[in-house]
Design a protein around this ligand. Structure first.
Ligand SMILES: *Cc1c(COP(=O)(O)O)cnc(C)c1O
Length: 385
C-alpha cells in the first residue's frame, strides 16, 4: 500500500495537556470528556483510553447509546458513560447491557427510566434557554414528584459559551443555580469547554469538556488556549509549471498572474475537506503558506507553490491544519468552524488497523502520536495504531 495518502495525525499528549489545562481553570470541578461523534472525529476509543490511562478520567459523555456501547467495550467498567439524547423504549436494552447513564430530557423520559430502571442513577437536563434538549423549568415540580428516580447529576447547557461576554451566560447560570438548589444531593454540571474557560464560577461539580480537548479554540475570538491535537496532511503527487494567464481546475476559476509552480496534493472533498475552501484555504508546504488554486475536487487539491521558492517534490507533505496552521483559521477560510471541519474529516478517517478499505474512508489514514512518536498501543485501545 502506498504511503501517498492523506493522513490525520492525533497527538494524544496534546489532548491530555488540554484536559489538564481546562481542568485547572475550574479546580473544584471534576472534568468529564465529551466523546460524541467518535470524539469529534478523532476516535472515541483512543481518546477515552488515553484520558483514562494518563489522566484518570472517569466520566464520559456521548450522544447515542450505540456510541456508549462501543465506548464501554473500549474502556471497561470503571467509568461513567452518560448518553445526552436520553433513553427511549428502543434503547433501554443498550442502557441495561452496557451500564449507560441516561440524560433525561423530558417528563416522558423521566417516567420511562423510573419505571424500567427504578433506583438506577440518571442525569436530568433542564433547559435554561437553549430550547434544544432538556426539561422545561415549568416541569420542575412534576419531575421531582416522579418516584423511583435517582438523580445523580443535574445539568444544563449554555447557548453562548463561545462568547464569554454574552449576557445570556450569566442569565442561564442564575436559572441553573436556582434549579440545582432543589436537588441538594445531585452533582451539578453546566459547562462545556467554552463555559469552563469563562471562569471558575462556571465550574460547579462536573464540567463537560469537548472541543477544547481536541485543540479547537472554544471561544470565537482571542488566542486559542488549546494546544493543537489534530494535524491534516496530504502528499504532493504531481508538480506543474504554468504560464501567466493559464488556469487551474474545474471551471477554470484560478488564473495565474505570473509564471507559477503548482503542487497537486492527494486530498479532496471526498476526504471531507470542504469544497468551500476553493481559492480560499491554504496549506503549509516546506514551511511556506501556499494558497489553494482553483476548486477543491473530489480527490485532489492544487496548491500555488510559487512562493515556496523551491520546486516541491513528489511525496512532500502539505499541512492543511495542525501545529503550523491553526484549525480555527483553516475552518474560517472554508466558511465553517473547527467542530465541523474535525467531525467531517475525522468521520472519514480510519485507523491503519482497519485495513486498506477501497471505499469511502479507506484513503484518509488516522495515526496516533504521543509527542510526535507513534503512540503506545496501550493508549490507543481498540483503534489500533
Ligand atoms: C457537545 C456538548 C458538550 C461539549 O461542548 P464543547 O463546546 O465541545 O466543549 C457539552 N454539553 C453538551 C450538552 C453537549 O451537547
Amino acid at each position: 500500500m502506498s504511503a501517498l495518502n492523506p493522513v490525520l495525525e492525533v497527538d494524544l499528549a496534546a489532548l491530555c495537556a488540554n484536559y489538564r489545562a481546562m481542568a485547572a481553570a475550574v479546580p473544584r470541578a471534576t472534568p468529564a470528556a465529551v466523546v460524541k461523534c467518535d470524539a469529534y472525529g478523532l476516535g472515541a476509543a483512543a481518546v477515552a483510553t488515553a484520558l483514562k490511562e494518563k489522566e484518570n478520567c472517569r466520566s464520559f459523555f456521548v450522544a447515542y447509546p450505540e456510541e456508549g456501547a462501543e465506548l464501554r467495550s473500549a474502556i471497561g467498567g470503571d467509568a461513567d458513560i452518560y448518553v445526552f439524547n436520553g433513553p427511549f423504549d428502543e434503547t433501554l436494552a443498550a442502557h441495561r447491557a452496557f451500564a449507560l447513564t441516561p440524560v433525561l430530557n423530558s417528563l416522558e423520559q423521566a417516567a420511562l427510566w423510573a419505571r424500567e430502571m427504578p433506583g438506577k442513577s440518571a442525569a436530568v437536563h433542564f433547559d435554561t434557554g437553549m430550547h434544544r434538549l432538556g426539561l422545561s423549568l415549568a416541569d420542575l415540580d412534576r419531575v421531582r414528584a416522579v418516584s423511583g428516580l435517582n438523580i445523580a447529576v443535574v445539568m444544563s447547557h449554555l447557548a453562548c459559551a463561545s462568547d464569554p461576554k454574552n449576557p445570556m451566560n450569566a442569565r442561564q447560570k442564575e436559572d441553573f443555580v436556582a434549579v440545582a438548589k432543589l436537588f441538594p444531593n445531585a452533582r451539578k454540571s453546566l459547562s462545556s469547554s467554552g463555559a469552563a474557560l469563562i471562569g471558575p464560577a462556571f465550574g460547579f461539580d462536573l464540567v463537560r469538556l469537548g472541543v477544547g480537548l481536541y485543540g479547537v479554540n472554544p471561544h470565537d475570538s482571542g488566542p486559542s488556549p488549546a494546544r493543537p491535537v489534530a494535524r491534516l496532511t496530504a502528499p504532493v503527487i504531481q508538480v506543474h509549471a504554468m504560464n501567466a494567464g493559464e488556469t487551474v481546475g474545474y471551471g477554470a476559476t484560478f488564473s495565474a498572474a505570473r509564471r507559477s509552480v503548482l503542487a497537486t496534493v492527494a486530498l479532496g472533498y471526498g476526504d471531507g475537506f470542504p469544497r468551500s475552501g476553493s481559492n480560499r484555504a491554504s496549506a503549509l508546504l516546506g514551511g511556506i503558506l501556499c494558497p489553494v488554486a482553483g476548486r477543491v475536487s473530489m480527490d485532489l487539491i492544487v496548491l500555488d507553490a510559487t512562493a515556496a521558492g523551491r520546486t516541491p517534490k513528489i511525496g512532500d507533505v502539505a499541512e492543511f491544519f495542525g501545529p503550523g496552521l491553526s484549525i480555527d483559521g483553516a475552518a474560517a477560510t472554508c466558511g465553517t468552524i473547527g467542530y465541523e471541519l474535525l467531525t467531517t474529516i475525522g468521520g472519514l478517517a480510519r485507523p491503519r488497523a482497519a485495513g486498506n478499505r477501497a471505499g469511502l474512508g479507506g484513503r484518509l489514514r488516522r495515526r496516533y502520536l504521543w509527542n510526535g512518536a507513534p503512540a503506545d498501543a496501550s493508549l490507543v485501545g481498540a483503534e489500533g495504531t
